[in-house]
Design a protein around this ligand. Structure first.
Ligand code: ATP
Ligand code: MG
Length: 476
């Protein structure tokens, strides 16, 4: 792939420049962390390149910046003794090798200058503690004090030090362990899993933003169910997304069972990830059924019901976003709208599709229509092959019908052909509620197919409706 090759060439140039500058300044420096790990895994995705220097890395950053044509000015963070150089799409982060000690109530450690070994000791996982020398005497040598290479080959997430201490010191590492396991399809070693379960309560000292950042990364893996199941099995999910845990379990009354909506949800998320890379559409899939727990009821005649779960769920989305300090902006509204409309296309797909029902769906969904249908298709998790096929076929029909109706009636984002201003002019009105009534009547008539989406017909209806509600008294 052109892109990957280009990226590799750029990195090669960076590595050569780094080694040259390290040599000229006689500084002890190493590549470390993600860039080494991903290179060994033959994944050239890392865009941030971490360089540690024993002593200050700021001078090295300044020298490297001059050597890379077009690199942006060095950004120095004095208090941390770190510096950053942005070159093309790569960020080079220069940090001093450091030693850390933690206190109970914060994930921010006391930091002092240290050796390469100190620095490797403080790293979260053996696969992230791998360093490559940039120094003339042993350039290119892999420094691997914790057998990270072996773990990389065997697909194991393991901490360099005692896992209980590692996770308690910085609980973010619990999420990182699960996130790396999910991204790389690795296994977390048992001792670590045990320590995570024992320290799950420590996430209380983490900022919500950092938690969400990790959740997003898990959500962007090809099959997020793996990550979410690890979060669930190790006591983290209940602390961050209890709404999902509430969906767990199957109840049976009078021989009638409902499905386990937790596992169903995870299946829906995995399904939708085959069709979209969009983070928020994936979130909508994760949250589309959360209203089912509080609305669940049993009725002897009709069995289990979840009446109004879409509406309740969309309210819960707001609370959940707020609690996790996620953006309360158009992204949240988008997720809410998908949740609230999540059953609409299903009803259409189950019945004989009338043009009016499709027009209404198109009008109400507007911009989210395609994503909504994608969500509904992902929602098909039946294990009955005949039903699976039938439901998918129905959605194919819904898509075709939508296309047909859209081409003919142009109801998406539609602006009624008669405006409020036209109504005011015709009946000589000031702004008043009658205008809204007429507009609504025109919209309804178009959606129901009683009149075409055209000016003439809408204008005629406006006059009729105006007379009906006694408007001539005001008008010309
Ligand atoms: P990616 O960038 O793909 O998320 P990464 O390994 O580069 O992966 P970063 O967050 O960029 O992750 O961190 C760079 C390196 O810093 C890691 O490889 C690891 O060695 C170290 N590191 C980051 N966060 C922690 C932490 N919370 N505790 C210990 N070491 C950490
Ligand atoms: Mg990184």
């Amino acid at each position: 792939m052109l892109n990957k090759d280009f990226h590799t060439v750029l990195k090669k140039e960076v590595f050569q420049t780094l080694a040259r500058c390290v040599d000229s300044l006689s500084l002890e420096s190493y590549l470390v962390g993600g860039v080494v790990r991903d290179h060994l895994l033959d994944k050239e995705k890392a865009k941030d390149i971490d360089i540690i220097t024993v002593g200050s890395g700021i001078e090295l950053a300044k020298t490297v910046q001059k050597e890379l044509p077009g690199a942006q000015a060095v950004q120095v963070f004095k208090s941390y003794g770190t510096a950053m150089v942005q070159w093309r799409d790569l960020s080079l982060e220069f940090v001093s090798a450091r030693k850390e000690s933690y206190s109970r109530d914060s994930r921010n450690p006391q930091v002092t200058m240290g050796s390469l070994e100190d620095d490797q000791n403080r790293r979260d996982f053996t696969i992230n503690a791998l360093a490559v020398s940039l120094n003339a005497k042993d350039k290119g040598t892999l420094l691997d004090p914790f057998n990270g290479l072996e773990d990389l080959q065997n697909g194991i997430i393991r901490t360099p030090l005692e896992p209980g201490v590692t996770y308690s010191d910085d609980p973010l590492r619990m999420f990182r362990a699960i996130r790396f396991a999910a991204q790389l399809n690795f296994k977390i070693e048992d001792k670590s899993l045990k320590a995570i379960r024992g320290n799950a309560h420590r996430i209380a000292i983490m900022s919500k933003e950092r938690i969400v950042e990790e959740l997003h990364k898990i959500m962007l893996t090809p099959e997020p169910s793996h990550g979410f199941l690890m979060l669930e099995q190790n006591g983290l999910l209940e602390r961050i997304l209890p709404e999902l845990i509430q969906l767990k379990g199957i109840e049976e009354i009078e021989g009638q069972r409902h499905k386990d909506n937790f596992y169903h949800t995870l299946e829906v998320v995995d399904n939708i990830c085959k069709d979209t890379q969009d983070l928020w559409l994936r979130w909508a899939a994760l949250l589309h059924d959360i209203g089912k727990a509080p609305t669940k009821k049993f009725n002897s005649k009709i069995g289990w019901t979840f009446h109004g779960h879409e509406f309740v769920g969309s309210k819960m989305v707001y609370k959940l976003f707020k609690r996790l300090k996620m953006p309360l902006n158009e992204k949240m509204k988008y997720v809410q709208k998908l949740v609230i409309m999540s059953s609409r296309p299903i009803i259409i797909a189950e019945e004989i599709v009338t043009d009016a029902a499709v027009r209404r769906l198109v009008f109400d969904a507007g911009e989210i229509l395609e994503d909504l249908i994608t969500l509904c298709e992902a929602d098909i998790t039946t294990k009955n092959p005949a039903r699976f096929k039938r439901y998918h076929n129905n959605f194919k029909l819904v898509r075709e019908k939508i296309k047909e109706v859209e081409e003919r009636d142009r109801v998406r984002n539609f602006q009624p052909p008669v405006t409020g201003e036209m109504i005011m002019n015709h009946f000589n009105l000031r702004p008043c509620k009658e205008i809204g009534l007429i507009k609504e009547a025109i919209k309804e008539a178009i959606l129901e197919g009683e009149i075409p989406n055209e000016y003439e017909a809408a204008f005629a209806l406006m006059i009729k409706k105006g007379i009906d509600i006694g408007l001539e008294a005001h008008g010309k």
